[in-house]
Design a protein. Structure first.
Length: 302
């Protein structure tokens, strides 16, 4: 299997630290007029997106271009393609284009792992079903580390639709490897008790106040209606119980960071004024996505 990036679970601390350190080198580029480095000039990266994406796809594309590579995006969102035979057909088409790496998002958990077994090309997972979204966890870690010296000992509350969230899973793996205390919180149908067993240092509560108490970081998640066959609770009940509001912030540490991978649904999982508050680092996350993806692409192409 060509070495790509399929998940955080497979990485060790040293590998994660190396990626984050390299991403830090790339951060200042954002504010320069010439943002381009030609570190992997002439390489071709295919972005293969079977699911909707604004941030992730754009940021992989920008990252590739800043490194001097060519990036081509193929979107198949809204198509009825599914895992299996249809993927094999797509694979052969793609392989004929001789890309140097494929960045893939797919609604089926394990789809990029399947691709990686099939093609001798590095595959980067840009989100597979409810499984992992490794570059999101890396950019989240980078954003936290822009504000805190270490992840060790931080209390991180991850709140919302945990069971359907690949962002939650990748973050749980990463934060746990670095000794953070992760508290998962959400309504019972979206937070099965087994989730606490995913990694050491993970606990679970159904009470939002308890989750936020003393938190250094609050990470909010979107309710992933597209991954639910039927809504497990009435939408009107969600916000009063699990929507992050101004009054919650007083329970956390005064310097708490409010995070969200986006897209945010204002008034559904997060109050508008909280999303725009000084504690919110939501746009810093987006910005760091480019630096992190540059670090990942460079590492894989080397
Ligand atoms: C997330 C995703 O697609 O997993 N978005 C993202 O990549 N920033 C989260 C979501 O869709 O809610």
């Amino acid at each position: 299997m060509a070495r790509g990036l399929l998940g955080i679970e497979d990485l060790d601390r040293r590998e994660i630290e190396e990626i984050l350190a390299r991403a830090k080198d790339f951060q200042p580029l954002q504010n320069q007029s010439n943002k381009r480095l030609d570190l992997i000039r002439g390489r071709m990266i295919v972005n293969l997106f079977f699911e909707a994406s604004t941030r992730t796809r754009t940021s992989f594309e920008i990252a590739a271009k800043r490194l001097g590579a060519d990036a081509v995006s193929i979107t198949a969102s809204g198509s009825s393609l599914q895992k299996g035979e249809s993927l094999v057909d797509t694979l052969n088409t793609l392989a004929a284009m001789k890309p140097d790496a494929i960045v893939m998002r797919h609604s089926a958990s394990g789809a990029p792992h399947f691709l990686a077994r099939y093609l001798p090309i590095p595959i980067i997972n840009a989100g597979d079903g409810t499984h992992e979204h490794p570059t999101q966890a890396l950019l989240d870690a980078l954003t936290i580390l822009d504000h805190r010296k270490t992840l060790e000992g931080l209390r991180v509350a991850i709140i919302g639709d945990i069971v359907h969230s690949r962002v939650a899973r990748s973050n749980i793996y990463l934060l746990s490897k670095f000794g953070a205390d992760v508290v998962l919180c959400g309504p019972a149908p979206l937070l099965p008790a087994e989730m606490a067993k995913l990694a050491p240092g993970v606990s679970l509560t159904y009470d939002m106040q308890e989750a936020i108490q003393g938190a250094h970081v609050i990470m909010m998640l979107r309710v992933q209606l597209e991954r639910q066959n039927e809504s497990p609770f009435p939408a009107s009940d969600y916000y009063p119980f699990y929507g992050l509001r101004r009054e919650h912030l007083a329970l956390a540490r005064p310097d708490v960071l409010v995070m969200h991978p986006g897209p945010i649904n204002r008034g559904r999982e997060i109050a508008s004024d909280v999303a725009d508050s000084k504690q919110s680092v939501i746009l810093n996350q987006v910005e760091n996505g480019i630096a992190v993806r540059m670090a990942v692409l460079e590492r894989i192409m080397r």
